[in-house]
Design a binder for this molecule. Structure first.
Ligand SMILES: [Zn+2]
Length: 330
């Protein structure tokens, strides 16, 4: 049984009330930052709608339909997602989804479909879904999740009711994450590296690059001290999860800028001294240029590009040492 994150419980109750009163739209687009628990919220909603004996409006977790939902084998619930993270959802599975929505429910009263992330659908796939979004048939709910709704066709967005989900505030996120990982310092470090997205932070815990982050930071310091060239320092970065590393670099430059401007201590206490040294050595102008370049790389990756990583990290690190290498050609 899926439980929504604490910061989504109110939204979940509102959506369930809408459903109970027959006011839930047939096509709902839930938008919010990556790694903030949208999928948990969606699953908790769908499971509650399917459950035969809900408790306090939520799924009971014990009835037969709840068992089927949890096992991913409920005949009236379809989840559409890329086969691998970062891959596209193509037209064929969307056609199958359209077919599914046209049938009558087998088990209960509703047919439910979840598409996550919705922007993973390529253009043809999105077009194939338009008619179903407009007229999904009786007792059908199409739930689309997105952290980049700008990548959806305007015609898809306009056929859905849009609901923006806010990021949890820092205190709530930190307290939840501390419960999950056990140590407040570790939770704070993870959260700052995940730009405040708690589920993303949890997924970083135990990742190879989280364990290696001190080494990466030391490589940056060696680079700034002129002890290693950018091409060599980049080698420590390329073998790790690229989006995780870019998140970390962004978080570090942000923390460094806050420290230089306001004297604020970095959130990653375990690396605090090294981060301050990095900020002092790079200076705010270069840190700012670096942060902007990291953000550009993140957008580039989010748009489905597959860069030459050696080149990308080398050019990024050159920005940190003040060499404008014209980061556009990786
Ligand atoms: Zn149940």
């Amino acid at each position: 049984m899926q439980v929504a994150a604490p910061w989504h419980r109110k939204v979940l109750q509102e959506l369930l009330t809408q459903h109970k009163e027959g006011r839930l739209p047939h096509a709902l687009l839930l938008c919010g930052a990556k790694g903030t628990g949208k999928r948990r919220l969606a699953k908790a909603l769908l499971e509650a709608i399917l459950c035969r004996s809900p408790v306090g409006g939520l799924a009971c977790g014990a009835c037969q339909t709840c068992h089927l939902s949890a096992a991913g084998s409920h005949p009236d619930l379809v989840v559409l997602q890329p086969e691998e993270e970062g891959k596209a959802i193509r037209i064929d599975p969307v056609r199958a989804l359209v077919e599914f929505c046209s049938l009558t429910p087998q088990y209960g009263d509703y047919r439910l479909a979840l598409v996550a992330p919705a922007e993973a659908m390529n253009r043809n796939a999105q077009n194939a879904l338009l008619k179903t979004l407009e007229e999904p048939g009786n007792n059908t709910l199409l739930l689309l999740l997105s952290d980049q709704p700008g990548r959806l066709l305007a015609t898809v967005r306009s056929r859905c009711q849009l609901r923006m989900l806010e990021k949890p505030n820092h205190g709530v996120a930190l307290s939840w994450l501390t419960d999950q990982v056990g140590q407040p310092e570790r939770a704070a470090a993870l959260l700052s590296l995940a730009s405040g997205a708690p589920l993303r932070a949890l997924s970083l815990d135990g990742s190879e690059w989280f364990a290696e982050r001190e080494k990466l930071l030391k490589q940056c310091l060696s680079l700034l001290a002129g002890r290693v060239p950018a091409s060599m320092a980049a080698q420590s970065f390329v073998k790790l999860d690229v989006s995780g590393v870019l998140d970390a670099l962004y978080g570090w430059s942000h923390d460094g800028l806050q420290y230089l401007a306001r004297g604020r201590e970095p959130e990653d206490q375990q690396l605090s001294e090294l981060l301050k040294k990095l900020a002092d050595r790079a200076g705010s102008e270069r840190l700012l240029a670096f942060a902007e370049q990291v953000a550009r790389c993140r957008r580039w990756l989010a748009n489905g590009n597959n860069p030459n990583r050696d080149l990308m990290f080398e050019q990024l690190l050159l920005v940190l040492v003040g060499v404008d290498a014209g980061v556009s050609a990786f």
